[in-house]
Write a protein that binds this ligand. Structure first.
Ligand code: CAO
Length: 206
C-alpha cells in the first residue's frame, strides 16, 4: 500500500513533567514500578486524539473509520526485530498502570513471548528513541492506522522568556500522518496541543 506520508516536527517543553516523573519514581521506589516518559506520552496522545478524532481513525478502502476507543501501540526494539505491542483502553488507565503494562509487554517482546492479541487492534502508535538518541526522524505509519508519533532524546536548551534565556528541557516530536485523511494544519495543531499538555499536564483535565 502506498500512503501519502508527511511528517511534522515540533518540540515540547517537558521541564516540569520530567521533574514530576523523577519525584514520582522516588515516592514509588518500593513499589517496583518505574514511571516512564513514554507512559505520560501515551496519556498526552489520548487527550490529543480526543481533541482531533481524525487521528484516531483507520482507512478501510475509501472509507474513514473513526475509533471510539484508545488502544495505543508502542514500538519496542527486540533481539528479533521491531514489534509494536498495544496498551488497550489507555484512556481508562493511569500513568502507573500504563508504566507497569508497558514494562510487562516490553519484557514479553524481548523474550519473544508476545501473542497476537498483544499486538493487534491499535489506533495510533508511538515510537520512542528517547532512551537511545537522535533529534528527529520520520516514523512510518503502522497501517491501517493513519498517524504515528516519533519521540527522540530530550535535551536542555536555552529558551528566551522575554527577559532572559532559561534552561528548559525540550523533547523533539515527529508526527507522521496520512495525507488522505489528515491535512498539515491539523497535524501542526495536534503537535501544538500535545506540546501544551506536556508543558502543563493539568490541561488533560480540561
Ligand atoms: N529523552 C531523554 N531520555 C529519555 C527519554 C527521552 N525522550 N525517554 C527515555 N529516556 C531515558 C530514561 O530516562 C531512561 O534513563 P535511565 O535508565 O537513566 O532511567 C532510559 O532512557 C530508558 O528509558 P525507559 O526505561 O523509559 O524506556 P523507554 O520507555 O524509553 O523505552 C521501549 C522502552 C520498549 C520503547 C524501548 O526499550 C525501545 O525498544 N525503544 C526503541 C523503539 C524503536 O525501535 N523505535 C523505532 C521504530 S521505527 O519507527
Amino acid at each position: 500500500m502506498v500512503i501519502p506520508h508527511v511528517t511534522n516536527h515540533d518540540d515540547a517543553d517537558i521541564t516540569e513533567l520530567e521533574a514530576f516523573r523523577v519525584q514520582l519514581n522516588k515516592e514509588n521506589e518500593k513499589s517496583g514500578i518505574k514511571v516512564t516518559m513514554l507512559a505520560f506520552l501515551i496519556k498526552a496522545c489520548v487527550a490529543a486524539l480526543k481533541k482531533f478524532p481524525e487521528f484516531n481513525a483507520s482507512l478501510d478502502g475509501e472509507q474513514i473509520v473513526l475509533k471510539q476507543y484508545f488502544h495505543i501501540g508502542f514500538a519496542a526494539d527486540t533481539p528479533n526485530g521491531l514489534v509494536v505491542p498495544v496498551i488497550r483502553d489507555a484512556d481508562k488507565k493511569g500513568v502507573l498502570q500504563i508504566s507497569q503494562e508497558m514494562s510487562d509487554l516490553a519484557k514479553k517482546a524481548r523474550d519473544g513471548k508476545l501473542g497476537p492479541t498483544d499486538m493487534t487492534g491499535g489506533c495510533f502508535s508511538i515510537s520512542s528513541l528517547g532512551g537511545i538518541g537522535g533529534r528527529y526522524f520520520t516514523p512510518i505509519i503502522n497501517a491501517p492506522e493513519v498517524a504515528i508519533l516519533g519521540v527522540c532524546k530530550s535535551a536542555t536548551e536555552p529558551k528566551w522568556d522575554g527577559k532572559a534565556f532559561q534552561p528548559r528541557l525540550m523533547l523533539p516530536l515527529s508526527l507522521s500522518w496520512d495525507h488522505r485523511v489528515i491535512d498539515g494544519a491539523a497535524a501542526a495543531r495536534f503537535n501544538a496541543y500535545l506540546g501544551q499538555i506536556l508543558a502543563d499536564f493539568r490541561r488533560v483535565l480540561l
